[in-house]
Write a protein that binds this ligand. Structure first.
Ligand code: ACO
Ligand code: ZN
Length: 439
């Protein structure tokens, strides 16, 4: 299966770069050189004529794969240099996910490709946008993000406007230095730091390394707060009640938002449980990822947000977390579904999980099973079963009914394409009772 490109992580000084997913077309363009000796008069004139580039400009930009890709200028900032026209630009690669947005230098832009018509809608918005009280409250006062909501076009634009530039570039967490993906609404006093230092156990964050070192000498946590509800080999799951561990819940949300894009902000973590997955060794239990879950969901959501920290991605932990969320639903005797919208990576992971779980059962039952029965066995909501099987073209609509058509060869082909199974949840190691409000 191909790879969706993600930013980089560093461990012990060596940078590990994720495989690039750049389109392989002929977009190798000549670099609009800033080298004065080779620059023609005409080029010079054009360069001084069009820059600084306006926000909204569309232009080709040299990416880390050495190729040129279309970008849109999202923001610009002046460099502290003698040249009054020296700017760098925050660009969005229009073919890629927003996590790859970045600051680039003028030299990376091919000025021959500038589209002169600036996106007026963006310009207008930048010039005239004033935050309403409601919007301001959502961004400033809330330190916690929790749920997803279906975003309509207008709220999507609003979301992108207020979160358009990443505020924190990197974080240090345990052994890793990690490049962030998205904006996260840290309290204003943290927004002037490019890097934040997290305690990997209590998730408190600091602006300076010495502060973290001092903190680590005092911090007595060696694992997430809350109850250890699962342990198998070196893997542990902790259940953290947002009401009992408010600060931890809020810290986790700040951290997670750096890797989750379309999220809505709320005031309170009280309404959520956090399931934190750890790899344990003699130094403690190191957070790998987590998912959050509403204590009571009207919409039968069994998972609000899911994250595997970048250094641990593509190793099967995501599928483990998804499988775990369904095991909890089975224990509750309910069906569940993840909150929407799903991110690109979220959708891939869920599609893979649903495909494997459902097709394994279909194989055993030779297709002789209904969607309702599948749902009862797996705790996967009927709609998700239907869309999964439909996308695999395993459903036919006959005489007003959905019928599953399961040719064993076709099932095998789909199972192969669905990737590896991920880490197994050993249900016998899960010690858990569903949440009940304590009086
Ligand atoms: N490129 C291509 N396919 C990918 C990639 C990628 N970069 N990442 C995951 N996948 C697909 C693959 O099919 C993979 O299976 P495979 O490795 O067998 O081919 C499958 O998804 C899941 O792989 P895992 O290793 O089990 O999952 P991972 O630990 O990487 O976690 C997750 C997946 C949680 C979605 C992770 O990518 C992440 O944290 N992303 C950032 C946050 C996010 O987007 N969360 C989902 C938001 S939606 C919601 O919260 C309800
Ligand atoms: Zn700590």
């Amino acid at each position: 299966m191909g790879s969706i490109d993600t930013p980089t992580i560093t461990e012990n000084g060596s940078t590990q770069s994720y495989a690039a997913a750049a389109p392989a077309d002929d977009n190798q363009r000549p670099l609009a050189s800033s080298n004065g000796a080779q620059e023609s008069e005409a080029t010079k004139k054009r360069r001084t004529g069009i820059h600084p580039l306006e926000v909204g400009t569309r232009v080709m930009c040299r990416w880390r794969d050495g190729k040129y890709h279309p970008v849109k200028v999202i923001e610009r900032r002046k460099l502290q240099s003698a040249e009054p026209s020296d700017y760098e630009y925050y660009v969005h690669y229009t073919e890629f996910n927003r996590r790859l947005d970045e600051w680039v230098k003028l030299e990376q832009l091919d000025l021959d490709s500038v589209e002169t018509v600036v996106d007026e809608k963006v310009e207008d918005k930048v010039a005239s946008l004033k935050m309403t009280r409601h919007q301001k409250r959502k961004i400033d006062e809330t330190h916690v993000e929790v749920g997803h909501e279906e975003l309509d076009a207008a709220s999507l634009r609003e979301h992108e406007e207020f979160t358009k530039v990443k505020n924190i570039a990197t974080i240090e967490l345990g052994r890793y230095e990690i490049e962030t993906w998205y904006f996260s609404p840290f309290p204003p006093e943290y927004n002037d730091s490019l890097k934040l230092y997290f305690c990997e156990f209590c998730l408190n964050f600091m602006k300076r390394k010495e502060q973290l070192q001092r903190h680590m000498r005092k911090c007595d946590l060696k694992h997430p707060p809350g109850d250890e509800i699962y342990r198998s080999g070196t893997l542990s799951m902790f259940e953290v009640d947002g009401k009992k561990n408010k600060v931890y819940g809020q810290n986790l949300c700040y951290l997670a938002k750096l890797f989750l894009d379309h999220k809505t902000l709320y005031y309170d973590v009280d309404l959520f449980l956090f399931y934190v997955l750890c790899e344990c060794d003699d130094r403690g239990c190191h957070m790998v990822g987590y998912f959050s879950k509403e204590k009571h969901s009207e919409e039968s959501y069994n998972l609000a947000c899911i994250l595997t920290l970048p250094p641990y991605q593509r190793k099967g932990y995501g599928k483990f977390l998804i499988a775990f969320s369904y095991e909890l639903s089975k224990k509750e005797g309910k069906v569940g579904t993840p909150e929407r919208p799903l991110s690109d990576l979220g959708l891939l992971s869920y599609r893979g999980y649903w495909t494997r779980v459902l097709l394994d059962i279909l194989k055993k039952h030779k297709g002789n099973i209904s969607i309702k029965e599948l749902s009862d066995m797996t705790a996967i909501k009927a709609e998700d079963i239907l869309t999964t099987l439909q996308s695999l073209e395993l459903i036919q609509y006959r005489k007003g009914q959905h019928v599953i058509c399961a040719d064993p060869k076709v099932l095998d082909r789909h199972l192969k394409a669905a990737g590896r199974g991920g880490l197994e949840v050993d249900v016998s190691k899960l010690i858990w009772t569903p949440y009940k409000e304590q009086s």
